[in-house]
Design a protein around this ligand. Structure first.
Ligand code: PLP
Length: 393
């Protein structure tokens, strides 16, 4: 049976290749750094690319390859490269595609380090970057320069949850011959498949929803085009930000429950958003599933579900936000997201503290904003925790 033609819930459970697993139901961990050649000619042929096989784990490994194949099928790409972290995937993509004198255009509230590495490290090599509100198509048109090479979008953005219209942007990217990259970490392929909507490359931090248990780091880059994948693989394996086999095993195990975890967390998120909307204590509330979200209709069109992240405030002040966080008893105060347990944090003093107040304002991060990543606990218990914390301040 061809795995490509099955439903996503089935694809998540069954591996793409069981030929060499000796009947093991779970993914075997090939914890080896290197692979023995059959003879000298075999080694030479592997290096020359005349034969397929494994040489050295930084360049490829059966456990890691199985995870790459699974992710590639889910995102409908032509190949995947697993990396040590999400940032490994992002910096590897930049390194592979950008040259001196190039310009990259990106979402203002893109993941903090995706921006910081361009402004501090890549700027040293003569690479220019601009960050804008990518939900504004006119602004995108105006911001493209003659030397723009990559257009890098995160949607929903973090933590503003503003939505960029992937299909519309892909048209602009094609017209201007830009490589269009989407960071799909907040959605996973269950909720959004950017390559099907016209993107050239999709990126994930596997640390978040895909592994889902706050116990492992990882990243992946998946391109639609085979030549582009080859280019990305060459650079990323040279840089050495590749994955370890044990890491691949843990992420692959998490992947199996991705769909059921998202279903539960998303249903919880919807209930919490509804509760907050009906409670006057929460002055500001943002969730793409709410009808008053500015890009609700685009979200509805391009996402299968509205995700597991909610942002809100009690008032505009950081003090009130911190008091609230300190009163929570069940929801854990920690950064990261997409895990089985609900995690909450204060972006202005935590994940986005490296930005200047002006930059924070530009990407919708006011002093009182709180980001909640909803887990798979029971919604009633989460709401009770939120309710008691909001009453006790
Ligand atoms: C966490 C995250 C990253 C970085 O991933 P790491 O695995 O922490 O390196 C990149 N993009 C988004 C949207 C993220 O949430």
């Amino acid at each position: 049976m061809d795995i490509q033609n099955l439903h996503i819930n089935t694809q998540l459970i069954h591996p793409s290749d069981q030929k060499e697993s000796l009947g093991s139901i779970t993914l075997p961990i090939y914890q080896t750094s290197t692979f023995e050649f059959q003879d000298a000619q075999h080694g030479a042929d592997l290096f020359a690319g005349k034969e397929n096989g494994f040489i050295y784990t930084r360049m490829g490994n059966p456990t890691i390859r199985e995870l790459e194949n699974a992710l590639c099928i889910l995102e409908r790409g032509s190949g995947a490269i697993a990396t040590s972290t999400g940032m490994g995937a992002i910096s590897g993509m930049y390194m592979a595609l950008l040259s001196k004198g190039d310009h990259i255009l990106s979402t203002a509230s893109v993941y903090g380090n995706s921006r910081a590495i361009l402004e501090s490290e890549f700027a040293k090599f003569g690479i220019e970057s601009t960050f804008i509100d990518t939900s504004d198509l006119n602004l995108i048109q105006k911001s493209i320069k003659s030397h723009t090479k990559i257009f890098f979008v995160e949607t929903p953005a973090n933590p503003s949850l503003s939505i960029t219209d992937i299909e519309a942007v892909s048209q602009i990217a094609k017209k201007n011959k830009l490589i269009f990259v989407v960071d799909n970490t907040f959605c996973s392929p269950i909720n959004q498949r950017p390559l099907e909507l016209g993107a050239d490359i999709v990126i994930h931090s596997l640390t978040k929803l895909i592994s889902g248990h706050s116990d492992v780091l990882g990243g992946v880059v998946i391109a639609k085009d085979e030549a582009l994948n080859k280019k990305l693989r060459t650079t990323i394996t040279r840089m050495g930000c590749t994955m370890d086999p044990h890491q691949a095993f843990l992420i692959h195990r998490g992947l199996k429950t991705l769909s059921v975890r998202i279903e539960k967390a998303q249903s919880n998120a919807e209930k919490i958003a509804k509760y907050m909307h009906s409670n006057k204590k929460f002055a500001y509330l943002c969730y793409p599933g709410l009808k008053f979200h500015p890009q609700h209709l685009i979200a509805k069109r391009q996402m299968k579900g509205f995700g597991t992240i909610i942002t809100f405030d009690l008032d505009e002040s950081a003090e009130k936000a911190k008091l609230f966080l300190n009163q929570l008893k069940l929801i854990r105060l920690a950064v990261s997201l997409g895990s089985v347990e609900s995690l909450i944090q204060h972006p202005a003093s935590m994940t986005h503290s490296v930005l200047s107040p002006k930059e924070r304002e530009e990407c919708g991060i006011h002093a009182g904003l709180i980001r909640l990543s909803v887990g798979i606990e029971e919604a009633e218990d989460l709401i009770a925790d939120i309710e008691q914390a909001s009453k006790n301040i």
